[in-house]
Design a protein around this ligand. Sequence first.
Ligand SMILES: Nc1ncnc2c1ncn2[C@@H]1O[C@H](COP(=O)(O)OP(=O)(O)OP(=O)(O)O)[C@@H](O)[C@H]1O
Ligand SMILES: [Mg+2]
Length: 365
Amino acid sequence: MAKLQLSKVNKHFDKNQVLKEISFEVEEGEFFVLVGPSGCGKSTILRMIAGLEEVSTGEIYLDGVLINHFPSKQRDVAMVFQNYALYPHFTVFENLAFPLKLRGYSKEEIRLRVCETADILGLGGLLQRKPKALSGGERQRVALGRAIVRKPKLFLFDEPLSNLDALLRVQMRGELLKLHKSLKTSVVYVTHDQLEAMTLGDRCLVLKEGTIQQIGAPFELYSSPSNIFVASFIGTPSMNLLKGILISSLEFTFGDRSRLSLPGKFEEDLKAYAGREICLGIRPEDVRIAGKSQNLKFELEQIEPVGAEAFLYFKAGDQKLVTRERFYENLHPGIFSELSFNLDKALFFDLKTGENIFKLRIDNR
Ligand SMILES: Nc1ncnc2c1ncn2[C@@H]1O[C@H](COP(=O)(O)OP(=O)(O)OP(=O)(O)O)[C@@H](O)[C@H]1O
Ligand SMILES: [Mg+2]
């Protein structure tokens, strides 16, 4: 049985419906990430699981028990917020001890649990300090500590790393993964950062305007996005999306007069779309500036070096395109390059619905 289960959960604030038919399951020990743009409803889902917000309709089960009407305290979940919300006048020890005191633990038990938690998080030397004498990363670790000290059934994290600088964020991501590996407690983790979602999640749920777009392992979202939204939301730089006409199931034309011969393996899926306008999606790493010529001439507009490689921004007429290349020293804006597409990796989207055409086939099986 799943650890946490949401079944057809809807949420209205007055007349405004912010979540629509949300259903998902989080397995025992799973690291499950909710990801989506600002305002799409991520925190609201988390707050409903924590009991800080009521569901309008639908059910939430924890360990198979319906918890909709349980007050927050009875749910045995621990939530960590973006702004650590530590008590400023308490020491680290007292901050960690507080949730246990509230629940009536003995002094000895509190001391044992706080020391154990401080050990796990490397806070041993800081127990007598007050929050203002801690760095951002240390504060965040205390906030995590306050959640794990209770050994809850489920952790809920709402953008816990977004107040940290970039380097510390990467470091804390690693620490969170290690922590999760050793505690094996299920996690629901909220972020608007797709990279964070991809690096942390066993599975991720992509949310847009209160509606689930796709649930899957990070690689699944990257390689088989269910629609144009997921395709462009997951991955940096975003997937190239080329609007054009499918002349036949073997030929696609876009821009002024660029033509692509498509691999035969797509024929069956694309048949129904012949003669129609569709969208071809191709990842930046599947576009090369050398290789088999497909007569695609593009002008290089901008080079964005990012260390070991650079993102190259091209255009041809209205069509923009980005590639990633390791060797770019001899290139400069203004030159024209022949681009070649690794079409075996191409995806196709229905322009009306935004759906991945290959996904429709998978769903209909
Ligand atoms: N108490 C409330 N009353 C009315 N509307 C609310 C309330 N709380 C949230 N909303 C609205 O619900 C929607 C979802 O909000 P939510 O905080 O869940 O988004 P989010 O995905 O967490 O965004 P962010 O990434 O910015 O934190 C937003 O449009 C927000 O304005
Ligand atoms: Mg939020």
